[in-house]
Write a protein that binds this ligand. Sequence first.
Ligand code: NAD
Length: 351
Amino acid sequence: MLPGDGIGPEVTHAAAAVLARVRADVECVEAAVGGAALARGLQALPPETRALCDRSDAILFGSVGLPEYEGKPLPERPEYALFLLRRDYELYANLRPVKVFPGLEEASSLKPEIVRGLDLLVVRELTGGIYYGRPKEQRRVDGVDEAVDTMIYRAPEVERIARVAFACARARRKRLTSVDKQNILETSRLWRRVVDGVAREYPDVAVEHLLVDNAAMQLVHRPGAFDVILTENMFGDILSDEAAILTGSIGTLPSASLGTKGSTGRQFGLYEPIGGTAPDIAGKDAANPTAAILSAAMLLRHSLGDEPNAARIERAVEGAYAGGLRTAELAGKAGGALSTSAFTRAVIERL
Ligand code: NAD
């Protein structure tokens, strides 16, 4: 358990309390990461923390990043810890479920009838594509400044993320939308060809291909039509944030980053809220713990193979919202907001 900075400790402890309630046998060990480690004169990802991760089955992560570190070189910033964890454990599959809980439709920036019942999953490739391709540099050529980023995918990288997405679709409503830009990009033509190849192994899953510009429109036009959205790193970065605002609060959205644990070949995962450290509300017992609690549910599902308890936690959260319970950012002017700890207790009571 790596709580990190800002609201990280508050929401991660809330998630740990929920986890402890359903699985007394899961041992949660806490270690320093991010700004919390840097402030103690340690590295953003101290060796002891990494060693603990090596020994663990999964990582329950809070969030990292504080205003005072902005502008420093990456290795001196809290976010470096997350960069190292994603890279070293090759967490290539980023899963971001986006769900509008009954009762929360009014909180969305879209009309309630458009988001009612919304339940989609973005599966984003996380360790390849233009964010990592080489060459990646700024240079001066013939007296002119220029810059280059390289978008590159190898077929096995596409294949393994496609398999994750198809497996998710099979366990859900059996519809998969693969997003690319195949009218322009060679990487997208490879992407589409490989996805179609993997699709043959999942004849029960219906596949459609969408260009990324169209996908961006459809997400706000008919978001309810999506089940699983599969896409590459940069498109997924942008589309998953677009999908996130559909729910009305970033504090409700969990994520999983899955991969294999280096040479051991064991499945490994890091689970975290998609939001940041929210310095504006940190330490006030005011953050919404939902994203962290649902991240713990994903940990049970994907790392511990415990679907019944994952679903049990999700039903308890849904029940809290259906019962009208709200943390401050969702209660707004209506008042009656619950604190982080009160909302967490309400979820635990419903388990
Ligand atoms: P943020 O997500 O921290 O905050 C944006 C807004 O959402 C704020 O108004 C905040 O109060 C609100 N918010 C976020 N989580 C909430 C919750 N659980 N309950 C209620 N409200 C919530 O984004 P930011 O302000 O752009 O970034 C703050 C810091 O977090 C930065 O240092 C950034 O680098 C870092 N960050 C870290 C991660 C991560 O660890 N994965 C992700 C994003 C941002």
